[in-house]
Design a protein around this ligand. Structure first.
Ligand code: NAD
Length: 505
């Protein structure tokens, strides 16, 4: 079994998973996997060649013929087993996340839970694939629709949710009858291999779920491979756009979820303590490395000073340190380079005229981990880099708006449109906000409005390329295609030669 390595004696090699077994890579290329809490390299992950991607796709293609024919009741039975095994091993999975991503164990368990919910949704596959039937559309003729799997589908996933985002993809894809090739982030790949082992233990046939490790070489081969029918991607906006454009130009169905800059608008009538708690939780949870993190608070001017004061007074209480120590609430960032890039925004903001209320660089944690404390920047304006860029770290900007309309305009002018939240006690204002705001997921007094598994997740604008949101009903739709059957049975009473265009009778 794949093992968690927290303090390595030697660097662990991390291989591909093809056709139901671990396959060492032959490219001679690999990438480092770090324990961000210690700064030590714990693993070296193989980077696939084109041939290795082809081998994974070939294994998936071979498995598809029989997997698509497995009855819905057998698929359901298998998904209950998968659900049970993932639940039973949720802490093992979470430990991989803490070891390689750095998020604290309680947060890692939360990630696994939100993935499990999508596996549970996929257990409903017999109901989810039910279609429509119209009897007697013409004399003796019935029509019905069916949804069929696409074939081999692939998932390309980001570093920040190494278990949950793959689950959002493979669970509905496989339940629909497809076979799957996953290309996880090269930064924290072990949870994907462990998942492969659990799926095999549950009884999933070899070749239905494959993992290729790697970088752009693997991604590009997936995007152009003629036997890959569809690709789900989650990652940064430039790569999401590239994946969408390249994949669609090769005739594939693509859903590509990109980056975010999520705003939290606080109206004067809001419960300011609730809003401050929410801002701290949503900005600094998982060290801000969440696509649904709140990175901008838009405070109406009359309450801005009070709100900033309430956020500031909460910051010293945020416990930061290694994710395995249960008292900690926030861990390190993913790599040293990313930590340094995030930190550079603090001076940048000051130089551009913002006020640094809290500077995360003042945090000292023993050892060589990639830690950065929480930063709060006030009086940010829309042209500043800390407002324009997705920082993806524990840095919260506060923009002050004179009016509600100015606040909404700020949200709607932003090129991203993933999540957004409003804090208010005014139902009418909240309703108007839901109606006007250009974002895919809206929270009312809820800072991170990730939809439950039976709705679908996705943003607007530069946060999503393609038509389909991920998981939920749109996920089932994405991984299947429609077919409509018009049928009659031999009946001498209705049979005659008629060369005209078919009409209902
Ligand atoms: P990333 O775009 O760097 O990487 C995502 C995937 O693309 C990885 O598997 C990576 O190996 C691959 N990749 C990277 N560079 C590539 C290239 N040049 N060509 C082809 N493939 C390439 O993203 P990340 O840093 O791993 O993840 C963080 C980003 O993901 C943030 O922008 C975050 O907002 C976004 N994200 C979005 C959502 C969402 O639901 N919208 C969810 C999670 C993360």
């Amino acid at each position: 079994m794949t093992e968690v390595i927290e303090a390595p004696a030697a660097v662990k090699p991390i291989h591909h998973w093809i056709g139901g077994r671990s396959v060492p890579g032959k490219s001679g290329r690999s990438g480092p996997v770090w324990n961000p809490a210690t700064g030590e390299q714990t693993g070296a992950v193989d980077f696939a060649t084109v041939d290795e991607v082809d081998a994974a796709v070939a294994a998936a293609k071979e498995a598809f013929a029989s997997w698509r024919s497995v009855s819905l009741s057998k698929r359901l039975d298998l998904f209950f087993k998968i659900r049970h095994l993932v639940y039973e091993h949720r802490e093992d999975i979470a430990r991989f996340l803490t070891a390689e991503h750095g998020k604290v164990l309680s947060d890692a368990l939360g990630e696994v839970q939100r993935g499990l919910e999508v596996i549970e949704y996929a257990c409903g596959i017999p109901t989810l694939l039910k279609s429509e039937y119209s009897e007697q559309v013409s004399t003796g003729i019935d029509v019905y629709s069916i949804r069929q799997p696409l074939g081999v589908v692939a998932g390309i996933t980001p570093f920040n949710f190494p278990a949950m985002v793959p689950m959002w993809m493979w669970a509905p894809a496989i339940a629909c009858g497809n076979t799957f090739v996953l290309k996880p982030s090269e930064k924290d790949p072990s949870a994907s291999l462990y998942t492969a082992e659990l799926l095999k233990e549950a009884g999933l046939p070899d070749g239905v779920f494959n993992v290729v490790m790697g970088d752009k070489v693997a991604v590009d081969r997936i995007l152009e491979h003629p036997d890959v029918s569809a690709v789900s991607f989650v990652g940064s906006t430039p790569i999401a756009k590239y994946v969408y454009e390249t994949g669609t130009s090769h005739g594939k169905r693509i859903q590509a979820l990109g980056g975010a800059k999520n705003h939290m608008v606080v109206l004067p009538d809001a419960d300011l303590d609730m809003a401050a708690d929410a801002a701290v939780s949503a900005a600094y949870g998982s060290a801000g490395e969440r696509c649904m993190a709140v990175s901008v608070v838009v405070a109406l001017e009359s309450v801005a000073d009070e709100l900033v004061g309430k956020i500031k007074e909460r910051l010293p209480n945020v416990k930061i340190g290694p994710g395995l120590e249960p008292e900690n609430e926030m861990g390190p960032l993913i790599t040293r380079e990313h930590r340094d890039r995030v930190a550079s925004y603090i001076d940048g903001a000051r130089d551009q005229g913002a006020e640094v209320v809290a500077d995360g660089r003042e945090l000292k944690v023993d050892g060589d981990g990639f830690f950065l404390g929480v930063s709060l920047i006030d009086n940010v304006t829309p042209e500043m880099d800390c407002y324009r860029d997705e920082i993806f770290g524990p840095v919260l900007s506060v923009v002050r708006a004179k009016t509600y309309d100015e606040a909404v305009k700020l949200v709607n002018d932003n090129p991203y449109g993933n999540g957004v939240a409003i804090f208010t006690r005014d139902g009418g204002a909240a309703r108007e906000f839901e109606f006007s705001v250009n974002a895919g997921m809206v929270g009312v007094n809820v800072p991170i409005p990730v939809p439950v598994a039976y709705y679908s997740f996705g943003g607007w604008k530069n946060s999503l390329f393609g038509d389909s949101h991920i998981y939920g009903p749109e996920g089932i739709h994405f991984y299947t295609r429609g077919k409509v059957v018009t049928r009659r049975w031999p009946d001498p009473a209705t049979s005659k030669i008629d060369l005209g265009f078919p009409q209902t009778r």
